[in-house]
Design a protein around this ligand. Structure first.
Ligand SMILES: [Fe+2]
Ligand SMILES: [Fe+2]
Length: 261
């Protein structure tokens, strides 16, 4: 086997490894500034998104059109469900848990709720194009999605919710559009991909909300460990759900899923 192929093979065999900050000691966690720790959490989620959505980590095959459409509809119904529940309830709780003096951040979160409802409507339009509706009240949640929801609902502070929401899922989802080799450019038609671009242009302010929420409780080792744990738990479940959905659209994952170590 030529050397280059061998190298490519090795990379594919080995999962992306990201740091398990929740397992770090107090002194390791306390070494950097709050801003640096927030950046570490950002990059960990972004690295996972870039790996998970990189078309080079999959091989493709053609599905029967009716199977593809059925799976795509299911994917978009799950996305609509997530816009509704992960885009309103979590932010409403963040607003409620924030101290009175955080007026500006509360207003930004209220604005985010408005954006997320628009995203729900974007998925509704796309579903109608494929002859379906979101029907979120009847949507049967995959068990792993229930686990993801649990991480958010069990979070005790606005910062921890952000670590499992704006600073987890929303960072990963940004790789759908800002990654040159995004797998979605191959799995979606142009109209659906344009809809995703339309949604994603709202995301930078949402991730900025997450950044400011994280920074509110990012001083002590204990706070940092709790933020890291919430993000780790959510991302661990999320990558399993997303890869399951992606492969049902006509591909096979070549590389093991990222690992926290
Ligand atoms: Fe959204
Ligand atoms: Fe968002």
């Amino acid at each position: 086997m030529p050397n280059t192929e061998k190298t490519a093979q090795l990379v594919m065999d080995k999962p992306l490894s990201v740091p398990a900050y929740s397992k770090w000691s107090d002194s390791e966690l306390s070494q950097c500034t709050p801003n640096d720790f927030m950046q570490k959490l950002y990059h960990r989620a972004k690295d996972i998104g870039d790996d998970l959505y990189d078309s080079r980590t999959y091989e493709f095959f053609t599905l029967a059109p009716e199977i593809y459409q059925e799976n795509l509809v299911l994917y978009m119904r799950r996305r609509a469900w997530s816009e509704w529940y992960f885009g309103t309830v979590a932010q409403a709780r963040e607003i409620t848990l924030l101290p009175e003096n955080q007026v500006n951040l509360k207003l930004r979160l209220a604005r985010q709720i408005q954006d997320e409802m628009r995203h729900y409507d974007v998925f509704t339009q796309q579903l109608r194009r494929f002859g379906s509706e979101p029907r979120i009240a009847e949507f049967e949640l995959p068990p792993i999605l229930v686990q993801m929801q649990k991480v958010q609902t069990e979070a005790k502070t606005a910062s921890e919710i952000a670590a499992a929401n704006q600073f987890a899922g929303e960072i990963v989802l940004s790789s759908m559009t800002d990654l040159e080799t995004s797998i979605f450019k191959r799995l979606f038609d142009k109209e659906l991909m344009d809809a995703i671009y339309d949604i994603e242009k709202d995301e930078p302010p949402h991730i900025a909300n997450g950044k400011d929420l994280i920074l509110l409780e990012c001083e002590t080792a204990d706070q940092r460990r709790r933020l890291a744990l919430a993000q780790e738990k959510y991302l661990g479940f999320m990558m399993q759900l997303h890869v399951t959905e992606i492969v049902k659209l006509g591909c096979r994952r070549m590389r093991p899923l990222p690992v926290f170590e």
